[in-house]
Design a protein around this ligand. Sequence first.
Ligand code: ATP
Length: 436
Amino acid sequence: MIFEILTTTFMGGIALKAFVKKKGLATNDSGKIQRIISLSGLNVKDGKETLTTQLIRKKSYEWGMEYAYRIPLGRSYDDYLAKQRVLEDGLNNRRQRISIADLKSLQLDENIIDNLKTLWTNKLTERKEIEIIFDGLLKIRVYNEPLPLQVPFEPGVNWSVPVGVTRDKNTFRYHDFEKIPHLVTGGSSGYGKSTFINSMITSLLQSQPDYVSFYLIDLKGGVELCDYESIKQTVSIAYEPEEALTTLQAAYDQMRTIQNRLRFLGKKNVQEAGIKERYFVIIDEVGELNPAEAVGTPDRKLKEECQKLMSQISRLGRGLGFRQILATQYPTGDVIPRQCKQNSDAKLSFRVQSATASKVVLDETGAELLPQIKGRAIYQTADKREILQTPLITSEIIQKTLAPYVVEKVEKEVIVLEQAEVEQPRGIDTIIIEEI
Ligand SMILES: Nc1ncnc2c1ncn2[C@@H]1O[C@H](COP(=O)(O)OP(=O)(O)OP(=O)(O)O)[C@@H](O)[C@H]1O
């Protein structure tokens, strides 16, 4: 019996070695990365010397491996980012994709060849994803599993909304509008901006239906946000730039009203005053309000006016309970007003077409290197940058969430008027003249 086990194991070992040799399977990503770096010209020639990208350490995590490098003088993080695709393709080269961990998991029994074939077939359909970050050292993370292609919607609590699933043990990341009030999102057409906006609005309606108000501007012909037109939480909605000015003006006036109220109460911000209402100004395709693209003087003036209001809302909104979300599929030049960009500490970028476009949304390159997967995005805050898969919300969930809040148009106008009255502060210098 012992003899039998020993011979099977021995024969299995020989078969495994032969298979690996035949398929040319290298099992070492570290060596491969080093070779790709060298072959793609990332090392630097200094006279006779070659300054190399030096591996400092490698560490194994649950999700995969992290390799930390010191980069040579004369190279930047961007140089390595530009080679991300080369690195990823090199690591996914079909001839060399089985790791030692994979081989260890194999059963060394009489079915060894069949087991190997199954492993080989599975491996051919799997793709390793990598991420490159820089924090003084260049870190290349090689993930065992790709992120899921679809993630279901999960609502947030209070003022947090779902952003997506991260590689960090597939945990859901939420964006908290109380901590970071404004957000910019961008990406080429069809990668998931509108879907993200829909899950954000739905989440807010589920978590804060009594305190959330929306000022919506949908300049994509009304196809994306029209579902929210008839809910009581939508104070104003616009589908054309002229209407956008009215909506922004309404938001701005409301913001000033709250400012007066806080002044009257002697409080610094809504949190201190215990004011629970929050106002979300959401503009889908902010590029349509770019004065640089205006046709004629009146159009330019209108768009300049809109941008001025957007800048004011982003500058003053934080303490007054105003949150601004700007979305664009044309991330070029000044499409997002500079002040809005500076006041938005959170950015969510889906795949874009160029490094320049990535810089417009994120202030950094990288979003052009995202895989061509819908919903795949980079979420960046002041201290963190993560790749994640945003949730895919279904229209059934949206409609079910909206249903209790749908009101008739006339009824809605009364609500808006009533709201304006409630918000109107009774300042000490208010004069009330009554007819007797
Ligand atoms: N998170 C996601 N996961 C999987 N699929 C998604 C996700 N988001 C969007 N999609 C798919 O991509 C399609 C387009 O998404 P969406 O309309 O949100 O893109 P967009 O970036 O707003 O494009 P455009 O700017 O042209 O309107 C959706 O209909 C859906 O099928």
